[in-house]
Design a protein. Structure first.
Length: 95
């Protein structure tokens, strides 16, 4: 089972549940996001087979700041989610 981290301009969600605001995630100079780390660790406890709890997909658009993306990836790695994939939300052109 791969977990999904969805990032929009305001909130970071894990499996659809709001975890932390982007503003709070970017605060400070730490390389990880504590609320996301805790949520990832709690999610891994629920999965008995260790091979099923190593995957995470980060969903967002091209507007995600690099610093935020880096913090999310480092947080995932720290929580032992080492198989990280990316999915891009495409915005439709406004007419």
């Amino acid at each position: 089972r791969t977990l999904v981290i969805a990032v929009d301009e305001r909130v970071i969600r894990l499996q659809g549940k709001a975890i932390v605001t982007v503003k709070d995630a970017l605060k400070g100079n730490k390389n990880s996001i504590k609320p996301l780390f805790i949520a990832l660790r709690n999610a891994s406890v629920k999965v008995k087979d260790i091979t099923d709890r190593k995957g995470v997909t980060i969903m967002g658009d091209q507007e995600i700041p690099y610093l935020l993306l880096k913090k999310i990836m480092l947080t995932c790695a720290g929580a032992e989610y080492t198989n990280i994939s990316f999915a891009v939300n495409q915005k439709t052109a406004e007419t």
